[in-house]
Design a protein around this ligand. Structure first.
Ligand code: ADP
Length: 161
């Protein structure tokens, strides 16, 4: 039986932390679907089309990873991809409360769906898209946190909108 998994998120923009989780998933699962959420409670810097394009570019090296946009419930998206596995990344204890609530809510919505948590490499465990945008806005070099072409896109977006 093949085993697929989805990795949902905002990816505004994709970082080396996200890519670390995607790499781990690509080893564990037959097919990995990175699911870029259309709408988000967070005010996104990039449109979902731009976020999808950036993740696509970042995962060209993985032949079992696909990138799509999605709208609506994560549990329904998982079913549409023939999987019951939703992967989320856990960085710090601070992620835990929100992730715990979301995993249990998703289980209530569909009891067959399991949320699997993965830890990134230690050196990425403090990385967040939000902080990267904040420091980039203040002129910091973000090349340690995101691939070069993503860094260029962030700079361009912050300068030209
Ligand atoms: P969301 O808006 O759904 O939290 P994000 O794009 O911020 O989406 O993150 C998607 C998933 O990736 C979440 O599970 C998040 O915890 C995880 N993630 C984000 N940054 C990192 C990182 N540096 N290391 C590991 N996981 C991460």
């Amino acid at each position: 039986m093949t085993k697929n998994a989805i990795y949902p998120g905002t990816f505004d923009p994709v970082t080396y932390g996200h890519l670390d989780i995607i790499e781990r998933m690509s080893v564990l699962y037959d097919r990995v679907f990175v699911a870029v959420a259309h709408s988000t409670e967070k005010q996104a810097l990039f449109s979902f089309e731009e976020r999808v394009a950036m993740v696509k570019e970042a995962v060209t090296g993985f032949d079992n990873v696909e990138v799509e946009d999605f709208d609506g419930l994560v549990v329904n998206y998982a079913v549409s991809k023939s999987t019951n596995v939703v992967v989320r990344g856990l960085r710090m204890i601070s992620d835990f409360e929100y992730e715990f609530q979301m995993a249990l809510t998703n289980r209530k919505l569909n009891s067959k769906i399991e949320t699997v948590f993965m830890m990134p490499k230690e050196s990425y465990s403090y990385l967040s898209s939000k902080l990267i945008k904040e420091v980039a806005r203040l002129g910091a070099d973000i090349s340690e946190f995101v691939p070069d072409y993503i860094g260029k896109k962030v700079k361009d977006k912050l300068q030209n909108g």
